[in-house]
Design a binder for this molecule. Structure first.
Ligand SMILES: Nc1ncnc2c1ncn2[C@@H]1O[C@H](COP(=O)(O)OP(=O)(O)OP(=O)(O)O)[C@@H](O)[C@H]1O
Length: 361
């Protein structure tokens, strides 16, 4: 399986230009339209109102959280609420300090600079950013070696919105220069239902409440996935039904796309299936598990496991991967009997009363 083409992948890697255009059209434009994240919304609202009242530029904002939770959307909302233009770039696109200097020196006063994946910027660019954020100034180095000179360049005040999936990877001097930091959480099912209803309205497809519940429940807490599943269910409803999304059409469509009731796809289920059926629920080493499902070790570890761990279906322990009781239940399988006696065997079902500490990693 090519992990980039996963329907339930939270990244945009496998999406074509049309899909990305639809996604862009579904973005909320104002803070009031942004669903969920109540704390972030409330705090950001204060930051933006205060900046507007002062007639100034909003403080720099750091947004952290998993892909597809709305970081880009929020950065655009910040610009819209401030009536400012926005420039979008990303850490990996800024390889040299000069790349950053070129962007910074062309910003207009009050402009929002959205820097996605800010943790992947090169070190020299990062150091240049410190000064730009704090003093709205950069030193452009001209020449090399002992003859090199630093030419100071004044910048107009701007708002940096940095986004990262890994806030912990940011060096503290960079993190400290943001006036407001927000962590985006995964969305509750009820919030995802609202996302589905809103997007369905924009796409002009009729979705009944139970249809939205069905899609939201399979969306892995992520609006981008909810929107993507909605589009696939819409296709199915148009081809196989009368275009209306009901619980039945949503369930039938997502069965075709192999996204189960909890949002697991074929890869997730293959990993869980191997762990349960071939290894009695574990513990089993990652490499062995990867061979058993015919995937790269990294694919299992980085693509399938994070969601399985988050859902409480799989645990990473010092002795290997272990299925939880919830995994057995979800896959409709019965765990093997626990061996009696003081020390349990390693192939016994994990998590039972006889095996304390197995999930303690
Ligand atoms: N709170 C929300 N309400 C409604 N729709 C949302 C919300 N958050 C995100 N979306 C939708 O989800 C999609 C993905 O959002 P966005 O691109 O902002 O995520 P992201 O966190 O920037 O992801 P990445 O880090 O992968 O770029 C967009 O189409 C957007 O419309």
């Amino acid at each position: 399986m090519n992990p980039e083409n996963r329907l339930v992948g939270a990244e945009t890697d496998g999406e074509d230009a049309d899909e990305q255009a639809v996604e862009a059209a579904l973005r909320p434009k104002q803070l009031g339209e942004f669903i969920g994240q109540p704390k972030v919304r409330e705090q950001l609202d204060l930051v933006l109102r205060a900046a507007r009242a002062r007639g100034g530029t909003a403080d720099h904002v750091l947004l952290s959280g998993a892909p597809g939770l709305g970081k880009t959307t929020l950065s655009m909302i910040i610009a819209a609420e401030m009536g400012a233009p926005i420039r979008i770039t990303s850490g990996p696109a800024i390889q040299h300090a000069g790349d950053l200097a070129a962007i910074l020196s062309s910003l207009q006063e009050g402009e929002v600079l959205f820097l996605d994946e800010i943790h992947r910027m090169s070190r020299p660019a990062e150091e240049m950013l410190y000064m730009a954020m704090e003093d709205f100034r950069v030193d452009v180095i001209v020449g090399k070696g002992p003859g090199a000179t630093a030419i100071p360049l004044e910048l107009p005040p701007f708002t940096l919105v940095g986004a990262t999936t890994r806030a912990g990877l940011l060096p503290p001097p960079l993190r400290d220069r943001f006036g407001f930091t927000a962590h985006m959480e995964f969305y509750e099912p009820a919030e995802l239902e609202q996302v589905v209803h809103r997007s369905a309205q924009l796409l002009e497809v009729h979705t009944d409440p139970a249809g939205a519940v069905e899609i939201a429940g399979r969306s892995r807490g992520t609006p981008r996935i909810a929107n993507r599943l909605l589009r696939r269910v819409r296709d199915y409803a148009q081809v196989k039904g009368d275009g209306v999304i009901t619980r039945e059409t949503a369930a039938a469509a997502l069965e075709v796309y192999e996204v189960d009731a909890r949002g697991l796809d074929r890869l997730d289920r293959a990993v869980l299936g191997a762990l349960l059926k071939l290894f009695g629920g574990g513990p089993v080493g990652l490499s062995t598990l990867a061979v058993a499902v015919g995937e790269e070790r990294e694919t299992v570890e980085e693509v399938a496991e994070p969601f399985l761990v988050r859902e409480g279906l799989l645990a990473r322990t010092p002795r290997g991967r272990v299925a939880t009781p919830a995994a057995w239940a979800h896959m409709g399988l019965t765990p093997p009997q626990q061996p009696s006696g003081p020390s349990g065997s390693s192939s016994a079902a994990p998590g039972g009363p006889g095996q304390p500490g197995l999930f303690g990693a």
